[in-house]
Ligand binder design. Structure first.
Ligand code: SF4
Ligand code: SF4
Ligand code: SF4
Length: 237
């Protein structure tokens, strides 16, 4: 290991990041966004920086607030009901007779708890559904209902660990899909430029003009991708 490597490894971790890790470890990981943030981790970061109170997570409820208060050395608060109420654990169920296979529910599920293919009936895997509700609103057939789990049981830390792992795996997969798609699309303009090079029905000037148009379009697309890729903050849309 050279000196530069040692310097990198010795760089102290950001205390706010470490605190956000500890807070995130206490959150339920349903990724339901009821707290007003785009998931548990952004909410943890907001608590760590002091920009959000500890009482915005209905799935965590009163016990969750107590854990956060204990970690942060603060007095517990009552749940802020503007973010929802504590409820018994529920899971989504699809009325398969009505499902048209549009896949919108799959796209909205943060933990890949729905299986199905385009124009095929969809089904929820109840053992991994977090009860986040996020699939209900996008369904154009109103055929997803949230059903209480029987026998009733509390959301456990094991459930949270499974949800965290599934959410992480999905996030990585979506990021990879996005990269793959961008790479695939990026090859098309290059192929277009090659095709222009091979055209014998164009004068050199015409070929150069067309190539300039393609290159300008590529530049605009690159700038747009850079804008889209820029961080947009933690608040849920
Ligand atoms: S409200 Fe939902 S997204 Fe927000 S911290 Fe709680 S479980 Fe996570
Ligand atoms: S199936 Fe619906 S309720 Fe269950 S985790 Fe997925 S989006 Fe949430
Ligand atoms: S959103 Fe509704 S209609 Fe579309 S696939 Fe899911 S359950 Fe079926």
């Amino acid at each position: 290991m050279n000196a530069a490597d040692r310097t990198v490894l010795a760089t102290p971790l950001d205390p706010l990041d470490l605190l956000a890790d500890r807070i995130d470890a206490l959150l339920p990981q349903t990724q339901c966004r009821k707290c007003g943030f785009a998931g548990c981790r952004p909410y943890a970061e907001a608590i760590a920086t002091g920009s959000a109170q500890i009482n915005r997570c209905p799935p965590g409820g009163t016990p969750g607030i107590a854990k956060l208060a204990s970690l942060l050395g603060r007095a517990p608060l009552t749940l802020d009901l503007t973010h929802g109420t504590e409820q018994a654990l529920r899971v989504a169920r699809i009325d398969e007779a009505l499902c048209i296979g549009c896949t919108l529910c799959i796209e909205s599920c943060p933990v890949d708890a729905i299986i199905g293919a385009t124009k095929r009936m969809h089904t929820v895997l109840p053992q991994v559904c977090t009860g986040c509700d996020l699939c209900v609103a996008p369904c154009p057939m109103d055929c997803i209902a949230m059903i209480e789990v029987h026998p009733p049981r509390a959301w456990s830390s094991d459930d949270a660990a499974v949800a965290r792992a599934r959410f992480h795996r999905r996030t990585v997969r979506l990021a990879q899909d996005k990269l793959d798609n961008e790479e695939r699309l990026a090859t098309k303009p290059v192929a277009k430029l090659r095709e222009l090079d091979g055209r014998d029905d164009l004068t050199l000037e015409q070929s150069d003009q067309k190539k300039a148009v393609v290159q300008a379009a590529m530049e605009r697309a690159r700038a747009r991708r850079a804008t889209v890729a820029a961080p947009s903050g933690g608040a849920a849309p």
